[in-house]
Design a protein around this ligand. Structure first.
Ligand SMILES: [Zn+2]
Length: 170
């Protein structure tokens, strides 16, 4: 992937890698269709991530908890588009990179990271941490191989994201 040219087109400095403290993320060899997300957009993830997600979602449902998929795999070019749209909307690059990883550095490139929401709570907001769904995930997600990637008070350059869970199993 032409990460360097994507960065240059967005004006992202060459030392981003050193400052961010995040690894360059690998795109998966294989993705499978995971059905529509909560906005009816088709989503993809790795085969093992999908099995784990389905198992976790079903177990949550049996506990009375509804887990909704917001977003799964996103490629580097898509990430560049997201950042470009925000730049065009007048936000500064520095401001954007505080909440969006640069192309090549998003965990969503791996097909293993999922953004999760629950009915009655706006997606991708820190209020998610106050929901029963987040409490359930905190207690049970590790059993299915999912880890909260950007916890509160982490040393990562990415801010707290209670909705973002990454499958670290096999
Ligand atoms: Zn995410």
């Amino acid at each position: 992937m032409q990460i360097r040219s994507l960065h240059q087109a967005l004006g992202i400095a060459d030392d981003y890698n050193d400052r961010i403290g995040l690894p360059l993320q690998q795109e998966p060899e294989r993705l499978v269709d995971a059905g529509p997300d909560m906005f009816d957009r088709p989503q993809q993830m790795t085969p093992s991530t999908m099995l784990a997600w389905q198992g976790m979602r079903d177990r949550a449902a049996s506990d009375g908890i509804t887990l909704l998929l917001v977003s799964a795999y996103r490629g580097a070019a898509y990430q560049a588009d997201v950042i470009r749209r925000k730049l065009d909307g007048g936000r500064t690059l520095e401001d954007i990179l505080r909440v969006n990883a640069a192309p090549g550095y998003s965990e969503h490139h791996t097909g293993r990271a999922l953004d999760i929401a629950t009915p009655g709570d706006p997606p991708l907001e820190t209020t998610f941490e106050l929901t029963a769904a987040f409490a359930w995930l905190s207690d049970n997600a590790d059993e299915f191989g999912f880890v909260l990637s950007y916890p509160r008070d982490s040393v990562s350059a990415i801010t707290y994201e209670p909705w973002h869970w990454c499958f670290r199993g096999d």
